[in-house]
Write a protein that binds this ligand. Sequence first.
Ligand code: DOR
Ligand code: ZN
Length: 345
Amino acid sequence: MTQTLTITRPDDWHLHLRDGEMLTGILPETTRHFGRAIIMPNLVPPVVTSTDAAAYRDRIMAAMPEGASFTPLMTLYLTENTDPEDVARAHADGLISAVKLYPAGATTNSASGVTNFDNVRGVLEKMAEIGLPLCVHGEVTSADIDIFDREAVFIDRVLDPIRRATPGLRVVMEHITTADGVAYARSQGDDLGATITTHHLIINRNHILVGGIKPHYYCLPVAKRESHRLALLEAATSGDSRFFLGTDSAPHIDPLKENACGCAGCFTATNTMSCLAEVFETASALDKLEAFASLNGPAFYGLNPNADTITLTKGDPVTYPEKIETGAGPVTVFDPGFPLHWRVD
Ligand code: DOR
Ligand code: ZN
């Protein structure tokens, strides 16, 4: 008997679409299955003002594949010079859905991020007042903190103090990778959410390092030890409304990944729904996939779930292209390391 699963069309609450030929090449990989996505603003130069966000949204719409019905939810990149009034206007106009905080130097194109958190106090207070979520890349950047500890230290030293100082601020802990992140999210109220990526549900740090270095598994925050992956899996499959899908699908062309100083990012847009169905089925939690991928995210952002559905069918292993050939160059698709039996019809 064929097994099928019909769920509300999913959204991606953390996505890198880039620009130019890369944007054109990879956009169909997301619009094929997803209804909406929170679009990360870490372009070069970053999307800092409402004018930048409107122009970027226009470029995304211009690259939209024929027949796609996909809504990009725009964000602004928080800098120490961000004007609270510009943020408030962009929110009131329906142009932006969130503001993204990158600690300066934490990841790809984060040089314009925040060093002194006192300098963004006014923006954060305005956001709390108007109910606009702050999406946080939660890693400290000090050289003396081990890269595997950077998320846990960020929670204590930066995230919790910011939230205490700004009551009412709605915060999304982006791409959590640790049991510490899960525990913190669980300990808080419904003004805190957390996204979890597809790849962090599948790989731990051994996948990156054992038997030779695997650049396509390197991302930031870097995958941690297996006990952390299991904590993420438990959170994602629990149905708890604070946890939702943000793939952090982050394309880089192969020459920049397979490099002596390789870029951070896993490209999962193409096969995410097949990967997730496999992971949730293995965890005996297929019934929780819809909450994680399609319901909890819109609830946090105060939006309705998508009105249509997708159907996944289980059968012989599905194959996806190993690479997406874009005008900017080839982008390797995430390899989960196990066969995928669920195809999206
Ligand atoms: O692995 C990552 N890649 N993590 C990030 O935070 C940024 C992203 C990118 O833009 O490539
Ligand atoms: Zn990201």
